[in-house]
Design a protein around this ligand. Structure first.
Ligand SMILES: [Zn+2]
Length: 124
């Protein structure tokens, strides 16, 4: 994955958000990253730290939440957490399952000088 370009889009997106909503200095950016997204959190943090100086996010830290892979069975509608990439329903053994989380890459919240301010979840 291209963590550096993702870090750059995060900075752009949040900078736009700061300008539009006239936010105070952002101290932390909460990200939700799905286990299936292929993004390496360490590389993303490294890229973010490398790019953030001279932006409104110079003081900000990334707080990354990893979203587990979950799926729903098309046969019996059972919802389950996918472990080790085994996409088989534990209830009826069907392989007709659809993932519904694990691909996320989104900004979940921004922390400014006032406590967590919810922004709309933003696709990067
Ligand atoms: Zn099933």
């Amino acid at each position: 994955m291209h963590e550096l370009s993702i870090a750059s889009s995060i900075i752009e997106t949040v900078t736009r958000e700061i300008q539009e909503k006239k936010l105070d200095a952002v101290q932390a950016v909460g990200l939700r990253i799905g286990e299936l997204s292929g993004i390496l959190p360490d590389a993303l943090e490294f890229g973010f730290d490398a790019l953030k100086s001279d932006t409104p996010l110079a003081q900000a830290e990334l707080v990354i939440e990893i979203v587990p892979v979950t799926a729903v069975c098309s046969e019996c509608k059972h919802e389950f957490k996918v472990e080790e990439f085994v996409f088989i329903c534990p209830q009826c053994q069907s392989s007709a399952v659809e993932t519904y989380s694990g691909q996320e890459l989104e900004i979940a919240w921004l922390e400014t000088e006032s406590p967590h301010r919810k922004i709309d979840e933003t696709e990067i």
